[in-house]
Design a protein around this ligand. Structure first.
Ligand code: R5P
Length: 284
């Protein structure tokens, strides 16, 4: 097996190759003067199965992925597996307003043209994978998050809403600690109360888990409520740290005690590696 790292996921791809003890090739990626993407895989023709590790976000990385698929195919890969740590466009998975495209379908069908298998991590809607005709698997980062925080003094794992309660349960159960979700209760036309659905967080070290942090608004609001409810400390861990509009600075400057994310998107706080769960899947 040969691992080809795209420009979005160099460190993760390298770590994956080290764990699997296989050849790693970093694709050359640059821009033409007009801004178009240029990529090149400096290698002898392949006579092996190839794994490309690259995000489909932002758009420039999506284009690079299409070009890498073609380059790998032309070099004679026996099979092509796409590891897409952060699958961009998964949130526009249906037509919400007339006239909109089914973006997730469009992107999936284009990627599907040149691959034999697709592996994603905590894709926003797992349903999106039905647009692929090849074998697919969405891996859960809960294992990586739980392993990272085990033994670090967390008392309870919390999700910011009931929709993500399953993730908090998964992480909490793996860590052997309590779990709960935040619940929104409308008190009047203008008043909303957000509080843990069942648990008493007084004096506790809380870990909030979510799939994506974009602006950080959801997490900052949840942290304020948990602190108001008496939490001793609040740390957040998400799978995909998209962090738009200086979100890292705003989160670290808020009442949060810690901000971490997985390395599906590589940034200054992506210290939780998902390489082990990907390696396990590739070995199988
Ligand atoms: C929502 O479905 C997601 O799970 C996240 O809670 C949301 O995307 C976070 O967005 P933001 O950081 O902008 O509040």
């Amino acid at each position: 097996m040969i691992i080809v790292g795209g420009s979005s996921s160099k460190d993760l791809a390298k770590e994956l190759a080290r764990i699997l003890d296989c050849q790693y090739i970093q694709a050359l990626s640059t821009r033409f003067p007009d801004g178009e993407c240029y990529t090149r895989i400096d290698s002898e023709p392949f006579n092996d199965d190839v794994v490309i590790v690259q995000n489909t976000y932002p758009d420039s990385n999506l284009i690079e992925m299409f070009l890498l698929q073609n380059a790998v195919k032309n070099l004679g890969a026996k099979s092509i597996t796409l590891v897409i740590p952060y699958f961009g466009y998964a949130r526009q998975d249906r037509i919400f307003k007339p006239g909109e495209p089914e973006s997730a379908k469009v992107i999936s069908e284009l990627l599907d043209k040149s691959c034999d298998r697709v592996i994603t991590i905590d894709i926003h809607k797992e349903d999106v994978l039905r647009y692929f005709s090849c074998k697919t698997k969405d891996l859960k980062a809960a294992e990586s998050i739980a392993d990272y925080f085990k033994g670090k003094g967390i008392d309870i794992v919390m999700s910011p809403d009931i929709g993500a309660a399953g993730r908090a349960k998964d992480v909490g159960t793996r860590m052997g600690v309590d779990y709960d979700h935040l619940e929104k209760t409308r008190l009047s036309g203008t008043e909303v109360r957000i509080q843990p659905a069942n648990a008493d967080c007084t004096g506790k070290n809380v870990l909030i888990v979510d799939d994506i942090i974009a602006t950080g608004g959801t997490i900052i609001a949840a942290t304020e409520q948990l602190k108001a409810a008496g939490a001793k400390s609040v740390t957040v861990a998400c799978t995909h740290g998209v962090f738009v509009n200086n979100a890292i600075e705003r989160l670290t400057g808020s009442s949060l005690d810690g901000v971490l994310c997985c390395n599906t998107l590589e940034n200054t706080v992506s210290h939780i590696s998902v390489a082990n769960i990907i390696a396990k899947e590739l070995r199988e």
